[in-house]
Design a protein. Sequence first.
Length: 343
Amino acid sequence: MKAVRFHEHGGTDRLRYEDAPDPVPGPGEVVVRVGACALNYLDLWERKGLPGVPFPLPHISGSDVAGVVESVGPGVTHVKTGDKTLLFPGLSCMRCEECYRGRDNYCRQYAALGYFSDGGYAEMVKVPAVNALPYPEGLAFTDAAAVPLVFMTAWHMLVTRCRIRAGEDVLIIGAGSGVGSAAIQIAKVFHARVITTAGTEAKLEKARELGADFVIDHTRQKIRDEVRRVTGKRGADIVFEHVGAATWEESTGSLAHHGRLITCGATTGHDVRLNLLHVFAKEITVMGSYMGSKHELLDVIRLVRAGQLKPVVSHVFPLKEAAAAQAVMENREHFGKVVLSVG
Ligand SMILES: [Zn+2]
């Protein structure tokens, strides 16, 4: 099959469109012919390399896959060749206490598809059969692939961890990111008031179209001042973070008394300052969040089917132009998901 692989870590020039061995399904596994694969920041980290993380090389990235079952391994009965499927983007052991409880993202072996395994930047990908979810009919592959990881992550953050309530003020940092564009929609489904940030007028307009009530241009407005103005000096009940060092002080400074800050990542750096005076005097809560579980993605898919949540696709590239696709993300030219169309 054709795949986009890197043999050593580095820039986008390390991504090679080349022949790779066809995957063969073992017991309990399926091979899926990829229709589309969406990009995530995780893919950029994998390609650049992370200290102490031994990625198998050569490596095929890609966590978000929509496609058609090509072949099934021994013992697989609930899906068959020819079925359309949307893949659950997390791999877990399926036999520990957390997996039994349905909290697969708490499994010690949990990792995204395409992290330590080969992912979806390819014509075919192999996954456990339990990862092959029913396809949300009516969506193009490029739209379906834009759903799983970002919507599941944003759902886990706002619904499961923060227990978002109607009428709350939610500050969503980075409207143009995949996870930000998902979070705006989820917060509106829960009848929250959404304040969000972006760096260009075009992105701010798209954020409004997705339902944001107030938008902040972070290049010329101070986020915490605008949040205070919009909320009558209260601050935000929830701050949705994934940027890290570049926005951290504005994010924590925007919290209301008893507010909660939730973070799922730090694309601009992990080392941040936290003023404990604010933590105890304002009784704020800082929470981490790591991807999500199958039942959360199934909740998301139900709302996608109902038209209440919509995949946001920014750019579509053919598989062989994966390097150009990653460059769009790296340069933050996108609003929503960058997707590879395969086959
Ligand atoms: Zn487990």
